[in-house]
Design a protein around this ligand. Sequence first.
Ligand code: GRF
Length: 211
Amino acid sequence: MKKIVVLISGEGLTLQALIDACKCGRISAEICAVISNKSSAFGLQRAKLENIPTQTFLRKNFVDNQAMDQAIGDYIQSINADLIVLAGYMKILTAEFTQRFVGKILNIHPSLLPKFPGLNTYQQALDAGETEHGTTVHFVNEEVDAGAVVLQAKVPVFPADTVTDIEQRVKTQELRIYPLVVQWFVSDRLKLINGSAYLDGEQLPSHGASY
Ligand code: GRF
């Protein structure tokens, strides 16, 4: 059985969806560790409830980001994880880390990339007068929110929407699509080859597959 490590910084709703999917067999893999860069991350409690080992790496305990990511990477290598899943991990990974695990890191970002990388995507979408928004699962490379796109899910944006309305709509989709993509990866259907995402041997378009 393949081993997954999940990196979090906060609430861990996405982590919970992955835990539940592993428990019910929708993901045929084991979450072998949850790593956080915040000791207060509620996701750590979720992991503990499921007897999943947790590790916390605090930036203040390392001389620089590179040293921190080196330690995280060494831990991940020591437990032989096959896949690193970023689930609300709010710290930018160093290029050394992303290159060390190239093709093995997935992230979910709440926008239809390449639109709105970075933070506050819901507000950005509202400000831009978008009529649709969404979420993207992508491989991680050394640029923030820029690796090969695997799957996108769209949601409508209505004229009277608030940030919360859009966020709720997007999150509902995120909890559906992330377990699906993780299952594609652990069942060897999804691969990163020369910077492009392939599903079942077919290169995915630049906006990925659509949910
Ligand atoms: C998700 O909305 C995802 O798009 C972003 O972080 C959020 C996950 O946070 N990268 P959490 O699972 O609720 O902690």
